[in-house]
Design a protein around this ligand. Sequence first.
Ligand SMILES: NC(=O)c1ccc[n+]([C@@H]2O[C@H](COP(=O)([O-])OP(=O)(O)OC[C@H]3O[C@@H](n4cnc5c(N)ncnc54)[C@H](O)[C@@H]3O)[C@@H](O)[C@H]2O)c1
Length: 420
Amino acid sequence: MVSKSLLRLASAVNRRRMKLLLGIALLAYAASVWGNFVNMRSLQENGELKIESKIEEIVEPLREKIRDLEKSFTQKYPPVKFLSEKDRKRILITGGAGFVGSHLTDKLMMDGHEVTVVDNFFTGRKRNVEHWIGHENFELINHDVVEPLYIEVDQIYHLASPASPPNYMYNPIKTLKTNTIGTLNMLGLAKRVGARLLLASTSEVYGDPEVHPQSEDYWGHVNPIGPRACYDEGKRVAETMCYAYMKQEGVEVRVARIFNTFGPRMHMNDGRVVSNFILQALQGEPLTVYGSGSQTRAFQYVSDLVNGLVVLMNSNVSSPVNLGNPEEHTILEFAQLIKNLVGSGSEIQFLSEAQDDPQKRKPDIKKAKLMLGWEPVVPLEEGLNKAIHYFRKELEYQANNQYIPKPKPARIKKGRTRHN
Ligand SMILES: NC(=O)c1ccc[n+]([C@@H]2O[C@H](COP(=O)([O-])OP(=O)(O)OC[C@H]3O[C@@H](n4cnc5c(N)ncnc54)[C@H](O)[C@@H]3O)[C@@H](O)[C@H]2O)c1
């Protein structure tokens, strides 16, 4: 009996000890698991911290770059005047991405108007007006004026047309369509919305003139089937259309007969004497003079022309007005002046006289002076320096392999070489 009770006591003590031991073992295990867990956590946290700091090292410079890019994308526009709604006009410029059109766009935008440029980019380019893209007063529409256009405007400057011989001779039929169907479409738009239309006509309506200088009442001397007829006759009929719409439909029209114009954004290969000489002088090539170089030419600087166009548009003169610079210079004078301004070592090379090269070209601008109070004010040297600066930059652009659209060569291969 005693031994049985002793045995029971002993086993009870053992069980308790066993339980105790088991409990201690469990606690030790839990403690070690916890310890491991804590260790792993801190290792992991350390690792995470390291990874995070590595990521930060890589990301921070990228963030910096994005900030720089964002800064450079914040468009800064040239200063624009504020015009009240009453004075602010909605103005359409066809051919507004071209040489003259883009300068006109600049002026009208800076004067505070809303400008819509319509262009098919045949000879124009977006770069000429890119500094306005995104401005609330500006819109650029890729559109061919040979197709009708439906927009609401107060004034239309109709400039769309290739202007230099290589460009307008490239596709004479298209040149005719642009100047005829295109002008009809714009006059139709002017009639529909009650807008005033200014046509950019040309001194070429006088053809190979028999009177010098040419005044607006001279009817001209144009060969209707010659290589230049697509342009000359195209502009002549465009003028006729303007006056038919004025008489028959009461459309308000203005006609500017523009003489040779030069300045930044002009076409480098337009075959005209100023661009030829600047390009030759900058490239160290001989300046080529056809004949003795005593033929005269007169060139106006583009800002003078643009001011004249705006004054004419806002005047009450509905008959054609010459806009040009009557200051004549011989071809040789141009060559020497440009050579000196460029600081070029190019020689002047005399080539045989070109057939049909007009001896004189000079506008009579009495009407513009009298009726518009307009005359050119930019001195030749000042304008030439600006054009030279532009050509130099363009050549650098080309050297850096950036894309510059080259003017298309004329399709008619037998065109004569002459000073334009
Ligand atoms: N620059 C001059 O010395 C001069 C002299 C006389 C007349 N003009 C007249 O002034 C205007 C502008 O001449 P520029 O020297 O700026 O020439 P440009 O070639 O630089 O500009 C003409 C613009 O009209 C666009 N265009 C041509 N066909 C078009 C069409 N079917 N639809 C839409 N857009 C079209 C061209 O892409 C270009 O942007 C022309 O009408 C030209 O006849 C210019």
